[in-house]
Design a protein. Sequence first.
Length: 359
Amino acid sequence: MRTVFFAIACLACVGHGRRTQAKEDLQIDQDASSSLNNLASLLQAVKPSAGYQVPGVGQGRGAAMNSRAASGLQKFANEFGGKVLAAGLVGVLALTAGTDAAVAGPFTRSEIAGLTYDQIKGTGLANTCPQVEAGGTSSIATGSLKKLNEFCLEPTTFQVIGERQMNVNGKVQTVEEPLNVKVTTRQTYTLTGIDGQLSSKDGKLVFTEQDGIDYAPTSVQLPGGERVPFLFTVKNLVATADKASDKIEPGLKLSGSFKVPSYRTGLFLDPKGRGTTTGYDQAQALPALQATDDDELFKENNKKFEVGTGSLELKVTSVNSELKEIGGVFVQKQPSDTDLGSKAPKELLLKGNWFATVE
């Protein structure tokens, strides 16, 4: 009898504990959502200078520094504080609103070097390229330049070239147009740390990409819901200036082609265990290819590692000769993934900002 009462008591305790845990989990989720919304509102409304006051400012004649120096230091703190809050707001909005639009980084290279890991973590700043710092002359002589370092590409616009039916002079024609798409990849699609050789050919500057984080698996979603994976890359890029010049200055353009490796590598296996270097040659329980003329089945079974070709155009808009920094905007066109040869690739159009240093 005692055993029966003890078992009933245990079951009652377990049931009460589950109800309590469920309520606690719900309350935690609500608190987290409320805190995130409050932080976003705070970052939008807060005055940057309030959190970045410099000691000694506004303390009368007994201040620790003279008014002129204090004023300059406070001005820098206000600007720096505004950028930190802006970066924080970027991170919060990315969490709450998705990754539809990328935002260019508000920091220069020297400012980023002064930030710690904890200050950058969770802000989205790691997915941005630096800005060229203001100052110095607006041109750099190319005669002694041998290398381009810290090359960074940050796409801010993603589009897929699609087809649309149009009525032209009473005739239905198929035209191509770029479709705006939604980025479904987290903020890890910026290429950075790329370096390469600078040379001259017929008086024109030539950049040859050699090493760095030069690829990033990325996916976008079409308006109808279809997802398009692609490998954002500039592997083996060779970009040549549009005109002969002995200096790098705003308005200079470089363009060239690069290789686009397959989104999936040779060791990848599809859901039926088929791959290029491992797995089955054809799915189990399917007829041999010799007994059918199904092209779709042949493409699904015949896995192959394809390498496409893309094109890139860089335009210089900013130059700092003292720090040897250059930057500007870019337009890139490249094919999407083919699922190891089973699907036709789509054309992607990417636009954004770039940054690099020269030596």
